[in-house]
Design a protein around this ligand. Structure first.
Ligand SMILES: NC(=O)c1ccc[n+]([C@@H]2O[C@H](COP(=O)([O-])OP(=O)(O)OC[C@H]3O[C@@H](n4cnc5c(N)ncnc54)[C@H](OP(=O)(O)O)[C@@H]3O)[C@@H](O)[C@H]2O)c1
Length: 270
């Protein structure tokens, strides 16, 4: 693809895990990239790798999405650099382990800002130019946790992922006629730094191998899903089977399963 015709993707949380893997997949498909996160050294190393491997233009944008001014600044920097974003990946995220009252409200407020508000605002800011150009792709990295019943020790995390799924559904239905596809990507347990950051590695290390996926596969399947216009996508056969059971089983039974599973891999168990 020549430079003039190359589309651009903005990936948040591109310094590790699923975001880093998505950046590689997107670059392999010929997108130029804007890579956003807090760790500049990691972003610069990835930008160098993508430029060399795929001959794309990869730029680094250091941003803390807990800062309420970050989405507007990201948007302005993309615009000032002449970047029209064709593919937006709202991926940055983390977990707050423990019960609802174990964190301060300031910690919860930062969490809500990163996990929900920033994703909604970036979508709102970048959507008009996608509509204008009759092409846009948005991947909101949600989670299987947004589809299963909430469990103890998972309060705002599961809620934030359910929010992303509902946001994706509505924005997708509103904008499909404008050539914009929106996908809520709902991975299950994925090998990344996520559980080290949230301090839950010990709890999840006993889970069987079939419950885990590689970030690379999640990213490949997520990219394919948004390109074909699938609105909610659960990567991996095992995760899809879990999602199917959730739809079929009575709620009381699901809550009792959630209670038992919660004891296995959350910091707070009923
Ligand atoms: N791993 C799983 O089992 C799993 C399952 C389902 C869904 N997910 C979701 O997948 C997404 C990616 O997580 P991951 O598993 O790839 O975890 P990860 O390896 O820990 O990567 C998280 C990414 O988010 C960025 N990030 C975190 N807080 C940020 C902030 N305040 N501002 C900007 N960037 C921030 C991190 O960058 P910096 O630290 O450099 O800022 C990093 O690039 C998350 O939304 C997560 O909820 C993960």
């Amino acid at each position: 693809m020549d430079v003039a015709s190359r589309p651009t993707a903005l990936v948040t949380g591109a310094s590790a895990g699923i975001g880093e893997a998505l950046a590689r997949v997107v670059a392999a498909h010929g997108f130029d990239l804007v890579l956003a996160a807090r760790r500049e050294d990691r972003l610069r190393a990835l930008a160098r790798e993508l430029t060399e491997r795929f001959q794309v233009d990869a730029r680094v944008l250091v941003a803390d999405l807990a800062d309420p001014t970050a989405p507007a600044r990201i948007f302005e920097k993309c615009r000032a650099g002449g970047r029209r974003v064709d593919l937006l990946v709202n991926n940055a995220g983390y977990g707050l382990a423990g019960g609802f009252l174990d964190a301060t409200w300031e910690e919860h407020a930062r969490f809500i800002q990163v996990m929900m508000t920033s994703a909604a605002e970036l979508t709102w800011r970048f959507l008009p130019s996608m509509i204008e150009h009759r092409y846009g792709r948005i991947i909101n990295v949600a989670s299987l946790a947004g589809l299963v019943p909430g469990s103890a020790g998972h309060t705002l995390y599961a809620a934030s992922k359910a929010f992303l799924i509902k946001l994706s559904e509505s924005v997708a239905l509103e904008n499909r006629r404008h050539g914009v596809h929106v996908t809520a990507l709902c991975p299950g347990f994925t090998h990344t730094e996520f559980h080290d950051v949230s301090g839950t590695r010990d709890l999840v290390s006993h889970l069987p191998a079939w419950m885990w996926m590689d970030a690379e596969r999640v990213a490949r399947e997520g990219y394919d899903a948004v390109m074909r216009g699938q609105i909610v996508y659960v990567p991996g056969r095992a995760n899809r089977t879990i999602a199917l059971f959730i739809r079929l089983l009575p709620q009381a039974l699901m809550m009792s399963i959630a209670r038992r599973q919660g004891r296995r891999f959350r910091k707070v168990a009923p």
